[in-house]
Design a protein around this ligand. Structure first.
Ligand SMILES: Cc1cc2nc3c(=O)[nH]c(=O)nc-3n(C[C@H](O)[C@H](O)[C@H](O)COP(=O)(O)OP(=O)(O)OC[C@H]3O[C@@H](n4cnc5c(N)ncnc54)[C@H](O)[C@@H]3O)c2cc1C
Length: 483
């Protein structure tokens, strides 16, 4: 908190009473406010409270609201949500909610999981609120968590409802007001320094106007959220999809749908990218789907290549090394040895166990090489052996598009991190404006990193706002005592 922010809190003190006016079509008149808004705001008015409005009741907004209210109980906190609160939490992780990632104890390494944000997030961001802090917060609020082998953290219940119930119970206990089915459609700054928000209601043409002392934009990847940020002077990095599967036109590959590979090395080559980008090579588990390739390694590749893939129209060449832990020389010796050992066996029925691949996939490889699975190992020529070996090490797939599979899907782009202070989440352009979550130009790979961005940002923004409101409140009390 800086002095200039504090002095602004005090200068607005005489006009702290939040105003509500209502518009009906083009007529501006005083309609009766909706009951919920009226209750939340009139309570604030009575007690001359400051008001925080949070736009968006997702992970970042709700977590931020709870922490602001925890630190400054006198602050009126209003979350405005156009749909249902925490709806993405509900569907996340296939309904299990991958809350965070428990693998990265080192915050510098943790930051490397963010294709957008990896440089900036190396600083204070995770030191203030790390995955360990997230886990202890949920645990201390009654949600038992478990860390799976790959580092992903889930509630022991394997149900996202545990996370939602915990957050919503805290919202109720702390007295945060959540108003749903309302959309913030516009914002401006009054001469008093307060924010004036236009709030539309679903199924009604009423427009409320709500004043706020502090504004937290946590509207995820919604276009409306970007518009609000622009109205307050921010620029927006063009949003493009991240974390998607790759479409491959290969009918024979489709027949392998469901086949998994625990560890492959994939390399993506795009016409629009001439230089070597290390992150366009990834290693990890892969899955064959009905329309192409998926699994953690592909999702990670799509995240790092999100912008390049977008500008290439999602077309490129993917080279897969199916046996990344065997050097090509060793792989050839395995094949030659196998040929000598299994002379009388049909090629299809006997694949070297060292490769750890399924019979279905082995059959696909033989077919791609134009080899009949019925021939005996004894009859395979050395050149055929060589070509099978190189296909296993460098199998090329033509990427023809982006899959629609939405197990996890995020947006790259949004408010640039250079326009906010990451140690407070406050805008560098507009005082008392804060951001958290996916609205920022931050996105992570799969594994709980995207929620962690929401929890850390929400915590930092919420506690900064709470601190400012508390200082303002204490200043007010001191002035009353002085009188
Ligand atoms: C299917 C799916 C599964 C996922 N699973 C995981 C997972 O397991 N682990 C993980 O780490 N990440 C996961 N993610 C990503 C994660 O859900 C997001 O990164 C995270 O929800 C971002 O939180 P947020 O609060 O910033 O935004 P959101 O969760 O998108 O919340 C923003 C909210 O703001 C509201 N809003 C927007 N504009 C306005 C407006 N103008 N007025 C009022 N309200 C508005 C929206 O309705 C929304 O509820 C998943 C994403 C998807 C789509």
């Amino acid at each position: 908190m800086c002095l200039s922010q504090l002095s602004k809190c005090f200068s607005g003190f005489s006009s702290l009473l939040p105003a509500i006016t209502y518009k009906h079509k083009s007529l501006v008149s005083s309609f009766t406010p909706t009951r919920e808004t009226a209750r939340a705001i009139s309570q604030a008015t009575k007690e001359e409270q400051e008001v925080l409005v949070v736009v968006g009741g997702g992970a970042a907004g709700v977590y931020g609201a709870i922490h602001a209210k925890t630190l400054a109980p006198h602050l009126a906190v209003l979350v405005i949500e156009k749909g249902k609160p925490l709806s993405k939490v509900k569907v996340s992780g296939g309904g299990r909610c991958n809350v965070t990632n428990g693998d990265s104890a080192d915050n510098m390494i943790l930051a490397e999981n963010y294709p957008r944000g990896h440089k900036e997030l190396r600083g204070s961001f995770f030191n203030v609120h790390s995955p360990v802090d997230t886990m202890s917060w949920f645990t201390s609020h009654g949600v038992e968590l478990k860390i799976e082998d790959d580092g992903r953290v889930f509630p022991v219940s394997d149900s996202s409802s545990s996370i939602i119930e915990c957050l919503m119970s805290e919202v109720r206990q702390k007295g945060v007001s959540v108003q749903t089915r309302k959309t913030v459609t516009g914002v401006s700054v009054l001469s008093s320094g307060k924010f004036l928000l236009k709030v539309g209601q679903q199924l009604s043409d009423h427009v409320e106007q709500v004043e706020a002392d502090y504004l937290l934009l946590a509207s995820g990847s919604s276009r409306q959220g970007y518009t609000l940020a622009s109205q307050l002077g921010h620029s927006i990095v063009d949003p493009v999809p991240s974390l998607f599967t790759l479409k491959i036109e290969d009918l024979r590959l489709r027949e392998l749908s469901g086949v998994t590979f625990p560890r492959v090395k994939v390399r993506l080559k795009l016409d629009s990218v001439q230089r070597n980008i290390p992150q366009l090579t990834q290693v990890g588990p892969m899955l064959v789907t009905h329309w192409g390739l998926s699994g953690p390694v592909i999702l990670r590749l799509s995240a790092w290549g999100a912008r390049h893939l977008f500008s290439s129209g999602y077309k490129g060449r993917l080279t897969v090394d199916f046996i990344p832990d065997l050097h090509v020389g060793s792989l050839m010796s395995v094949l030659s040895h196998h040929k000598q050992q299994y002379v009388k066996q049909k090629v299809l029925n006997s694949c070297p166990a060292e490769f750890g691949i399924s019979k279905r996939f082995w059959s696909y490889m033989l077919e791609r090489q134009g080899l009949s699975g019925d021939i005996l190992w004894a009859s395979i020529s050395n050149s055929s052996l060589m070509s099978i070996g190189s296909l296993l090490k460098e199998c090329i797939f033509e990427v023809t598009g982006k899959g629609q599979f939405k197990d996890e899907f995020v947006t790259a782009g949004g408010v640039p991190l250079s326009e906010i202070s990451l140690n407070t989440m406050e805008s560098k352009i507009c005082s008392r404006l804060f951001f958290a979550g996916e609205i920022l130009n931050v996105d992570g790979v799969t594994g709980g990193f995207n929620f962690q961005n929401a929890w850390s940002g929400g915590f930092i923004a919420g506690t900064t706002i709470g601190g400012l409101a508390l200082a303002s409140y204490q200043g007010q009390s001191e002035r009353i005592v002085d009188l």
